[in-house]
Design a protein around this ligand. Structure first.
Ligand SMILES: Nc1ncnc2c1ncn2[C@@H]1O[C@H](COP(=O)(O)O)[C@@H](OP(=O)(O)O)[C@H]1O
Ligand SMILES: [Mg+2]
Ligand SMILES: [Mg+2]
Ligand SMILES: [Mg+2]
Length: 342
């Protein structure tokens, strides 16, 4: 059951979490760049992609990886800002890797993430830091790694360095030590562990199928992006009202949302398009989608279609995300469609 892949993925993500922790809350202004779409990328995003890809390639020499970042912006050595970034990335990556790598080797490792993906064979997908805006702001973020075979996610690992071991991850709520790992293998359940521990415990969604009234959403909790630009909060508020949900939404960055739903601290995750032209990326959902499925949820897009991870780097056949307990998903989807099209 992918024992070697699971062990290597956990090792890679744990090393990545150590990199993130060194940078989190210590970012300097020149540690962050803005990409062509104006989204941020920091030294930690680059260093994590270098570390994870290096660990994967050591264990699996022919590995194929679809990674969010690439090293293009790091090759113009004439720019002082680029020289600074390269130096920081090299120091950070080597602080957790077993054997010291040169800057060139680390840039090549980052660029191993340029695989185009597709419907055949095996490849990994990596989001070195999901929720970079949360990472920069001091919110939640996650290192997300998944293995995809013939378009289907088979293994997913989420490393959440700032998520408490209990509590929904919103700033005012949280107990226990921060830093958890989530892991799922298809057909083998969903697990959580403290990131510095080796013991795991199984997790599952809050509402069991034995609950007498799955149609009653009064006590349900809905989670969504912190960033209003990433998910339509207004439509989600109308959906909450139509389902009779009383609680305020739980807002947090990154695929930590999938972890919070998988361990039963939220019941619904909605991601509703804010722009007609936005297409979701596979690394933003691969690991988390398997985690919630293995914990007992159904996940589709906002049109009720299954997520299709075999179409390259993007979820080009899908739009939006709807996650709920498998016995409640149909009712949630109906409410979503009524508000989106009504
Ligand atoms: N307009 C948009 N709609 C939906 N998602 C968007 C978006 N713009 C950026 N994103 C994605 O939202 C991710 C963060 O999700 P969340 O809001 O759940 O924290 C970002 O991942 P990165 O932070 O890895 O770039 C980015 O890929
Ligand atoms: Mg990004
Ligand atoms: Mg992301
Ligand atoms: Mg990212």
């Amino acid at each position: 059951m992918l024992a070697k892949e699971r062990a290597v993925a956990l090792e890679a993500v744990q090393k990545a979490m150590r990199v993130c922790r060194q940078v989190y809350c210590h970012l300097r202004a020149d540690d962050t760049e803005y990409k062509s779409d104006a989204s941020p990328v920091t030294v930690a995003d680059y260093a994590v992609q270098a570390v994870v890809n290096t660990v994967l390639a050591e264990a699996f020499p022919d590995v194929r990886i679809v990674g969010e970042e690439d090293a293009r912006g790091l090759r113009d050595t004439q720019q002082p800002q680029v020289a600074h970034l390269r130096e920081r990335i090299t120091t950070l990556a080597n602080s957790v890797l077993e054997s010291t790598q040169t800057t060139e080797q680390l840039l090549a490792a980052i660029d191993r993430g340029r695989y185009e993906g597709g419907a055949r064979g095996q490849h990994w997908t990596l989001d070195p830091i999901d929720g970079t805006k949360g990472f920069v702001r001091g919110g939640q973020y996650a290192v997300c790694l998944a293995l995809i075979e013939d378009g289907q996610v088979q293994l997913g690992v989420l490393g959440c360095p700032n998520l408490p071991s209990m509590g929904s991850g919103s700033p005012e709520d949280g107990m226990g030590e921060r830093g958890v790992l989530f892991v799922a293998v298809r057909g083998h359940g969903a697990y959580q562990r403290a990131w510095k521990s080796t013991s795991e415990h199984p997790i599952k969604l809050a509402a069991s199928s034995h609950t007498s009234d799955m149609a009653d959403f009064t006590d349900a909790r809905l989670c969504e992006s912190w960033e209003a630009a990433h998910s339509d909060h207004g439509t989600a508020a109308r959906i909450r009202a139509s389902l009779g949900i009383k609680a305020r939404p739980v807002r947090l960055d990154s695929q930590c949302k999938y972890g919070v739903v998988a361990r039963g601290e939220a019941d619904i995750y909605l991601r509703l398009p804010t722009r007609a032209d936005y297409v979701e990326k596979i690394w933003d959902h691969a690991a988390g989608s398997l985690l919630v499925e293995e914990a007992g949820a159904r996940i589709t897009d906002a049109d009720g279609r299954p997520l299709q991870f075999g179409h390259g780097r993007y979820l080009s056949m899908n739009r939006g995300i709807v996650v709920a307990h498998r016995d409640r998903h149909a009712a949630v989807l109906e409410a979503v469609q009524a508000q989106m099209h009504g």
